[in-house]
Design a binder for this molecule. Structure first.
Ligand code: E4P
Length: 219
């Protein structure tokens, strides 16, 4: 399972990369705005900076347009920026048409804002490279986000779709483990959720005892 980090914060991307387990980055307009990245040229420059940190990893950059022509125009500019850019497109009718267009041009896409298996099925048929089902936002309204990932993985396996299931809106380390159990291809997570996987109180207690015993024996 690939680990992506879900942020536009360069320090956090660098920290995840330095940990040695980072496979890519996802951003969205809210995450870019949160970092104060505004204006078209600054936004494009920021995507290039992210690509330079993550080396071979994919970087999802989202279009703002919601009409077909606008998405094509924006997506082509984004794809030109760097070979690792994946054009992120919302799950709307014109978005599906744009995904089909890009798949025929060998430009990779990530279909975002997926909340049902039916949406994921259509995105895969259009040729999306990734679909992003949002776990946390479903959990927030007492629907089962992990169950949706399981459903989509099952549907894709039935028909050998090549579209990768990129589990998004991850809120905690347990989401990551559950996604691994059910075969999601990718998880995109906040840095805190990735770091949370490292923690166990028995690890801390065990290490403290090893070090104390060593000290006692060696003076
Ligand atoms: C994924 O690509 C989305 O940008 C992201 O995971 C949404 O997460 P949120 O629900 O925490 O905003």
């Amino acid at each position: 399972m690939k680990f992506f980090i879900d942020t536009a914060n360069l320090e956090q991307i660098q920290e995840a990369y330095d940990l040695g387990v980072l496979d890519g980055v996802t951003t969205n307009p809210s995450l870019m705005a949160k970092e104060g990245i505004v204006g078209q040229q600054n936004i494009l420059d920021h995507y290039v900076k992210i690509c330079e940190i993550v080396g071979d990893g994919d970087v999802s950059a989202e279009v703002i347009s919601t009409d077909y022509e606008g998405m094509i125009r924006e997506g082509e500019i984004l794809a030109e920026l760097h070979e690792n850019i994946v054009v992120k497109i919302p799950m709307i009718k014109d978005g599906i048409k744009a995904i089909k267009y890009f798949s025929e041009k060998d430009i990779r896409t990530n279909c975002t804002l997926i909340f049902s298996a039916g949406q994921a099925l259509v995105a895969a048929k259009a040729g999306a490279s990734y679909v992003s089902p949002f776990i946390g936002r479903l959990d927030d309204i007492h629907l089962d986000g992990i169950h949706l990932i399981e459903q989509i993985v099952g549907v894709y396996n039935n028909y050998f779709f090549e579209t990768e299931v990129l589990a998004a809106s991850i809120r905690n380390p347990l989401h990551i483990v559950k996604c691994a159990e059910i075969g999601a291809d990718v998880v995109t997570c906040p840095l805190s959720s990735i770091l949370g996987l490292l923690n166990h109180p028995l690890t801390d207690a065990g290490l403290a005892k090893f070090l104390a015993d060593h000290k006692k024996a060696n003076g």
